[in-house]
Design a binder for this molecule. Structure first.
Ligand code: NAD
Length: 367
C-alpha cells in the first residue's frame, strides 16, 4: 500500500516506517530534498558498530517514494553484513536518489547531494552504485571528503566495478566447486542478467574461461555492444527463469528470486552481483535450498567493490585489493559447507558469521 493514498486511520495500523518489513533496526534514515536542483534522496544508515556506514548511491526511477525508501533500507542493511563478513571495519549505509540518471542527473544535483552527505559528518560515506559513474563521485568530492570510488587521477581507487566482477567470479567458481565438484566453468551455461559495469566484466572472465554465456538486459544498445565484443548470445525469450542453464548470475537489480521465479529457476547455482537477490531472505532462501539450488550469498560475493573503495580509506594498494577479493573464493566455499553441515540456508550461514562479528565488536565497544 502506498503511503500517500492511505487514510490516517490506516497509517497507524501499518506502522509506515518502523513497522515495515525492510526496517531492521536502522540507526538513522535521512530524507534529502532540494527544490532548486530537483534532488530527492534518502540515505539509510543501518549500523555503525564496526565503523562509518559506507555504501554506494543509486539513482533510479522508482515507482514511488515508498519503493525508494524500501530500497534504501534493504540496501543499507545488506552493506552492514557485507562489510562484516569481509572483515572490514565499516558499517552499513546506502543512498538512493529518485530520478532518471540519464536525464535528471546534473553536476549541481550531485554536489547538492554531496552537501547532504557532508552534513552527516562522516557517519555515512558514499560511493557509486547503479546510475552512478566515477565522475559523479568526483563531483561529490568537491564538496565533501566523505566519498570513495573517485578517479585514480584524483587519488582514488577508481571504478570499483571490475573488482566487484572479479569477486563475483571467485564466488561463482567456489559455488561451482561445491555443486559440480569442479571450479572450472568451461562449457557451463551461464546466464548473465544485466550487463552494466559489473555484468560486462563478469562476461569477460567467463568467456575467457570457456563458459557458454548468454546475456540479458533491458538496454538494447548494451546488448549489441557486449554481444559483439565478446561473441556471446543475447537472450530473446520472455521468461529467462524458465530457461535451462547451469548458472544464473543476477547482475541487474535485486529481488529477482521471488514468489514468481523461485520454483521455475532451472539453474543449479545462483551467483551474481545484484544486491538483495532474495525477495524474502528466509522464504526464498529456504525454497532454493529445498530445491537443491546452491545460492552464493550476494553480500558475500559482491564485496569486491567495497574492498576496493575501502582501500581509499585505509591506503592499501591494488595487490592487497586483489588478495582480499580472491579470498571470496575460500569464504564462499566455507559458508556453503557450513550451511550444509548445519542444515541452514547459505544466506543464513553467512549472516550468522557477520552478526557474530558485529555482536563481538559491540561488546568490546561497551567495555
Ligand atoms: P549498472 O547500472 O552499470 O548495470 C545494471 C544493468 O542492469 C544495466 O545495463 C541495466 O540496463 C540492466 N537492467 C536493469 N534492469 C534490468 C532488468 N529488469 N533485466 C535485465 N537487465 C536489467 O550497475 P552495476 O554497477 O553493474 O551493478 C549491478 C548490480 O550489482 C546492482 O544491483 C548493484 O547494486 C550491484 N553491485 C554493484 C557493485 C559495483 O561495484 N558496481 C558492487 C556491489 C553490488
Amino acid at each position: 500500500m502506498i503511503l500517500d493514498v492511505m487514510k490516517p486511520s490506516e497509517i497507524k495500523k501499518v506502522d509506515p516506517v518502523f513497522g515495515q518489513l525492510s526496517f531492521d533496526d536502522h540507526e538513522q534514515v535521512v530524507f534529502c530534498n532540494d527544490k532548486d536542483t530537483g534532488l530527492k534522496a534518502i540515505i539509510g544508515i543501518h549500523n555503525t558498530v564496526l565503523g562509518p556506514a559506507l555504501g554506494g548511491t543509486r539513482m533510479w526511477q522508482y515507482k514511488n517514494e515508498w519503493e525508494a525508501l524500501n530500497d534504501a533500507l534493504r540496501l543499507s542493511r545488506g552493506m552492514t553484513f557485507k562489510a562484516a563478513i569481509t572483515g572490514l571495519n565499516l558499517g552499513g549505509g546506502k543512498a538512493v536518489i529518485i530520478g532518471d540518471a540519464k536525464t535528471q542527473k546534473t553536476p549541481e544535483l550531485m554536489k547538492r547531494f554531496g552537501e547532504f552527505v557532508h552534513s552527516l559528518s562522516g557517519k555515512y560515506i558514499t560511493a557509486e552504485d547503479v546510475g552512478m559513474e566515477t565522475s559523479d563521485m568526483d563531483l561529490v568530492r568537491e564538496v565533501t571528503p566523505y566519498v570513495t570510488g573517485i578517479s585514480e587521477s584524483k587519488g582514488g581507487a577508481g571504478n570499483p566495478s571490475p573488482i566487484t566482477a572479479y569477486g563475483v567470479y571467485m564466488g561463482m567458481k567456489a559455488a561451482a566447486k561445491y555443486q559440480f565438484g569442479t571450479e572450472h566453468l568451461e562449457n557451463k551455461k551461464v546466464f548473465v542478467q544485466g550487463i552494466g559495469h559489473v555484468g560486462e566484466t563478469l562476461v569477460d572472465h567467463l568467456v575467457k574461461e570457456g563458459a557458454q554465456v548468454v546475456i540479458a538486459d533491458i538496454n538494447e544498445e548494451r546488448l549489441q555492444a557486449v554481444s559483439s565484443k565478446y561473441g556471446v548470445d543475447i537472450y530473446r525469450g520472455d521468461d529467462l527463469y524458465n530457461e535451462a542453464m547451469d548458472i544464473y548470475a543476477p547482475c541487474a537489480l535485486g529481488a529477482t528470486v521471488n514468489d514468481d521465479t523461485v520454483y521455475k529457476i532451472k539453474a543449479q547455482v545462483i551467483a551474481g552481483a545484484a544486491n538483495n537477490q532474495l525477495a524474502v531472505e528466509d522464504v526464498h532462501g529456504r525454497i532454493l535450498q529445498e530445491r537443491g539450488i546452491v545460492y552464493a550469498p550476494d553480500f558475500l560475493i559482491n564485496a569486491g567493490g567495497i574492498i576496493n573503495v575501502y582501500a581509499e580509506l585505509e591506503g592499501y594498494g591494488k595487490q592487497e585489493i586483489i588478495r582480499k577479493t580472491e579470498n571470496i573464493y575460500n569464504t564462499t566455499l566455507e559458508i556453503l559447507q557450513n550451511a550444509n553441515a548445519n542444515g541452514i540456508t547459505t544466506n543464513h550461514a553467512a549472516l550468522n558469521i557477520a552478526k557474530d562479528r558485529i555482536a563481538t565488536r559491540k561488546k568490546e565497544n561497551s567495555k
